[in-house]
Write a protein that binds this ligand. Structure first.
Ligand SMILES: C[S@@+](CC[C@H](N)C(=O)[O-])C[C@H]1O[C@@H](n2cnc3c(N)ncnc32)[C@H](O)[C@@H]1O
Length: 322
C-alpha cells in the first residue's frame, strides 16, 4: 500500500458552538446555483462510478450531482453535526445502501488504495494546513478521476486587491495566501502549485471551470435589484465559467485523472453486515495504521493498533483517536 507523509494537520472543527453549516447557504443562492451549474456539467465527465467519494462532503449539499450517477457514494467528513444532517437529508438513499456516511479526516482516510472509481473535493482545500499531504492521501484512495475545487489567490479581484495594497508580490509567490483568523484561517493557492502537486502524485489535471465568478454580488443589493439583475449575472457566470478558467473566479475546478492504474486490494466480505455495507467494509482499513478491520453491525476493530471505530446512528465514526 502506498504512503503519504503522516499528517501534521489541525482539523477545523465545524461542530464548535453548535455551528450549523446549512445556515451558511441560507442567503447564497447565487453561489449554490453557480457551483451546481458547473458540477452538473463536470460530473458527466466522471461517468457512472461504482464507488464515489465526496471528501469533506458536509451535509451532502452536492449529493444531487452524484447520488444517481454513482452506484454507491460515500460522504466523508470530520463534522459529526454535518453528517447527522446528511443522515436526515439522504435518509432514503442511506436506507437503500446507495449513500454511506463516514466520519473521518481527509488527512488519514480509512480506505484502501484505489477504493473509489471517482471522487470530488469541494470547498475543503482552504481548510488544510498541509495541502500536499491531503491531496496525496485523498488521491491514494482513488483509481480514476476526481474533481478538485481549488481556491485560488490570483483571481481577478484578488489581483486588484493586491495591486491597490501594493502587494502584488503575494500573487506570484508559491506560498498560499492566508486570510481569516488564526482560529479559522482561509488559504488560497496558486493554481500551478496545486497542479504541480497533483502531477507529482501521478495525476494529470484538466482545468474545467472557473466558478463563483461574481461571488457575493447579490449580498449588498436590495432584493428587487437582485431579482432584476439575476438573469444577466447568471448569463455572465455561464460565459466566465469557461472564459475565466485559470484567472477570473476564486474557485477553479480541476478534473484530475490518474496516469497509472491502482487495483484496490479489497478485504474479505465480513459476515453480518447488509450487502452494501459489507461491500464498503471490504474497501476500508484502519485510518491510523491501515491494518485490516474486524466488523460487527455496530463497530469495526483494528487487529494491529486495537482502535475501535463505532457506528453512530447514520454514520460510522472513523476519526482516529490520538
Ligand atoms: C465549506 S464546507 C464544504 C462542504 C461541502 N463540500 C460543500 O461544498 O457543501 C467544508 C467541509 O469540510 C469538512 N472538513 C474540514 N476539514 C476536514 C478534514 N480534514 N477532513 C474531513 N473533512 C473536513 C468540514 O467539516 C466541512 O463539512
Amino acid at each position: 500500500m502506498s504512503t503519504c507523509t503522516p499528517p501534521q494537520q489541525n482539523i477545523i472543527d465545524y461542530d464548535r458552538g453548535g455551528y450549523d453549516y446549512r445556515e451558511f447557504w441560507a442567503d447564497r443562492q447565487y453561489e449554490d446555483w453557480a457551483e451546481s451549474r458547473a458540477l452538473d456539467r463536470i460530473m458527466r465527465k466522471l461517468g457512472h462510478p461504482r464507488w464515489f467519494a465526496d471528501f469533506g462532503g458536509g451535509f451532502g449539499r452536492n449529493a444531487p450531482h452524484y447520488r444517481r450517477r454513482a452506484h454507491h457514494s460515500v460522504i466523508v467528513d470530520s463534522s459529526a453535526n454535518n453528517l447527522t444532517h446528511a443522515g436526515e437529508l439522504h435518509a432514503a438513499d442511506i436506507a437503500a445502501g446507495r449513500v454511506h456516511l463516514v466520519r473521518g479526516t481527509v488527512t488519514a482516510l480509512p480506505f484502501v488504495d484505489g477504493a473509489f472509481d471517482a471522487a470530488m473535493v469541494v470547498r475543503v482545500l482552504h481548510h488544510l494546513d498541509d495541502v500536499k499531504q491531503a491531496l496525496c492521501e485523498m488521491g491514494r484512495t482513488i483509481n480514476g478521476s476526481w474533481l478538485v475545487d481549488v481556491p485560488i489567490k490570483h483571481h481577478a479581484l484578488g489581483r486588484l486587491r493586491s495591486a491597490v495594497r501594493l502587494r502584488l508580490g503575494e500573487m506570484s509567490s508559491p506560498e498560499p495566501l492566508i486570510r481569516g483568523s488564526s482560529e479559522h484561517p482561509f488559504r488560497a493557492y496558486r493554481l500551478p502549485v496545486i497542479r504541480q502537486l497533483l502531477s507529482e502524485a501521478d495525476w494529470d489535471s484538466d482545468l474545467v471551470a472557473s466558478v463563483n465568478n461574481f461571488r457575493r454580488w447579490d449580498q449588498a443589493l436590495p432584493q428587487l435589484v437582485v431579482a432584476a439583475l439575476r438573469p444577466l449575472v447568471q448569463t455572465l457566470e455561464i460565459v466566465t465559467q469557461s472564459t475565466g478558467r485559470g484567472w477570473w473566479g476564486p474557485s477553479q475546478f480541476l478534473v484530475a485523472t490518474r496516469r497509472s492504474d491502482v487495483r484496490p486490494l479489497l478485504g474479505s466480505t465480513p459476515a453480518g453486515l447488509p450487502t452494501s455495507m459489507a461491500e464498503l467494509a471490504r474497501r476500508m482499513v484502519c485510518p491510523a495504521c491501515r491494518d485490516a478491520l474486524t466488523w460487527t453491525a455496530d463497530h469495526a476493530r483494528c487487529g494491529a493498533c486495537l482502535q475501535t471505530f463505532r457506528r453512530q446512528h447514520s454514520f460510522w465514526d472513523f476519526v482516529p483517536q490520538g
